[in-house]
Ligand binder design. Sequence first.
Ligand SMILES: [Zn+2]
Length: 257
Amino acid sequence: MSPATTGSARAARTLAEALALVLPADCAGCGAWDVAVCPACRELVSLTPVRSDGDAPMLSLPGDAGPLLPVWSLADYVGPVRGLVVAWKRTGRADVARALLERADRGARVWAHDPELALTGSGDVVVVPAPSGLRRRLRGALVTADLADAVAAGIAASGAVEPGRTVRSADLLRRSGGRRHQSGLGVRARARNRVGGVRVLAAPGPGAVVVLVDDVLTTGSTLAACARALVTSGTRVAGALVVAATPPPGRTPVARA
Ligand SMILES: [Zn+2]
């Protein structure tokens, strides 16, 4: 490559970087121009959470009386919603993060009043993010911690929690590698084994009730491990809220208002 070509390539890159600072990016969901998240894609993330634990097999094991914990989602993890979540998680687009966190905050205001979410208690309502892996933690890209802040703000603003009780977020869980080998274990034993995959750093306080948050619900194994670790340490877990849930194969995605 000649020095002249190198110079023009560098100039083009500098120009592209400068333009990226002044021009809004395209919609992360559908590619519409000049908007971070277009109104149509924004509306796909509903403000009325729907129960989704029935689609997550690891939350209801054979022989259990019912789901380990109720889980609600704001969207189906399909179509443009996948694009939004990927842009938020993997590429760290701050404009997309703002849009999704604003929807989560407003969705949590509705969710807090759901009769199936028992936030009653004498202590704090503590919003706990599903733990990020070490690589993400080192990069400082803690999307679920940001989500916990937004959901805590929404619950606090909802008016559903009695005056005098504090609503706060707390990053109480960590992943740990100490998991027994899975081979030779049945479904129930495998699920129980995952408790070893999550550890509780600190108790959330006397009388506290925890709600969990995560970005995407698939099999439910992460939330199940989080809930079991908290319950084993003596903490009540009322439920979980996720941004998007993977619909099972064959089910048409829910049309959400
Ligand atoms: Zn769009």
